[in-house]
Ligand binder design. Structure first.
Ligand SMILES: NC(=O)c1ccc[n+]([C@@H]2O[C@H](COP(=O)([O-])OP(=O)(O)OC[C@H]3O[C@@H](n4cnc5c(N)ncnc54)[C@H](OP(=O)(O)O)[C@@H]3O)[C@@H](O)[C@H]2O)c1
Length: 235
């Protein structure tokens, strides 16, 4: 097995979620020390179990990643402990749709912006200064195909994901020449437990697996992707 991330420290925000869990496991398999943020203890325990022999390289922090002060403190403590931060991927997000714009409550827009935009903003604000000190690093924000394919009854979700892509694109411009790369990925549906429960009659075999989406994130964080910066990659 290749160990592209041996000796590196990777932060996976939302690292116990449907996609985040797979991202965390793949980074662990490839030699990284992985710090995840999570909210539910049982999800972190499930990840620790899945990590198996690599669990000693896994660390968890239960925080709200939309809270700027909490994220700042967590990243500062992680960098103080490990002395580095090589990659940060944001797999926190949320989905709410099913109403025409004028039928949805205004709080739906607030929720989508908080989970899908604010999270990446807050995480990047604290991760970038640590990476600038090293002169290297990689950031991958998980957006959605909905950022470019704007379906009906999903205005708040589409807007939040499109804004997240714009944010990372602008961040990439800020980071030009620093050695830090920032990219977005735009998954369509992913084969997660939550999606299987929500769509029990779908043909799951046709859905992209979380592990395969995770591999795209690992590629973007690896030196093999050293020329990819400011991209929004449909997955
Ligand atoms: N699944 C798909 O089909 C799909 C398709 C396109 C794009 N995406 C995007 O891919 C990303 C991951 O999706 P997913 O299916 O893995 O979602 P998920 O299973 O809901 O995972 C999201 C994770 O983020 C955590 N989280 C939510 N709010 C948080 C907060 N304020 N602070 C800290 N953690 C928080 C969740 O914790 P709790 O579980 O405790 O709430 C969960 O562990 C999201 O950005 C999503 O929009 C997913």
């Amino acid at each position: 097995m290749s160990e592209r991330f041996s000796g590196q420290l990777v932060l996976v925000a939302g690292g116990t979620g449907g996609l985040g869990h797979a991202v965390s496991v793949e980074f662990l398999k490839e030699g990284a020390a992985v710090v995840v943020t999570y909210r539910r203890q049982e999800e972190f325990e499930a990840l620790r179990h899945a990590a198996g022999a690599f669990a000693s390289r896994l660390e968890g922090h239960s925080i709200d990643v939309t809270n700027d002060a909490a994220v700042h403190q967590m990243i500062a403590s992680v960098v103080a402990k490990h002395g580095r931060l090589d990659a940060m991927t944001n797999a926190v997000g949320g989905y709410a749709a099913g109403w025409k714009l004028w039928e949805a409550e205004p709080r739906v827009l607030d929720q989508m912006l908080s989970l899908n935009l604010h999270s990446g903003y807050v995480l990047s604000r604290s991760a970038v200064p640590a990476m600038l000190k090293q002169g290297r690093g990689a950031i991958v924000n998980v957006a959605s195909r909905a950022a470019i394919d704007h379906a009906a009854s999903a205005a708040a979700y589409a807007a939040s994901k499109a804004a997240a892509v714009a944010m990372i694109d602008s961040l990439a411009a800020d980071l030009k020449g620093t050695g830090i790369r920032a990219n977005s990925i735009l998954p369509s549906i992913i084969d997660t437990e939550a999606n299987r429960k929500a769509m029990p009659d779908a043909d799951f075999a046709k859905w992209p697996k979380a592990r395969d989406v995770a591999q795209v994130i690992l590629f973007l964080c690896s030196d093999d992707a050293k020329l990819i910066h400011g991209a929004a990659i449909p997955v």
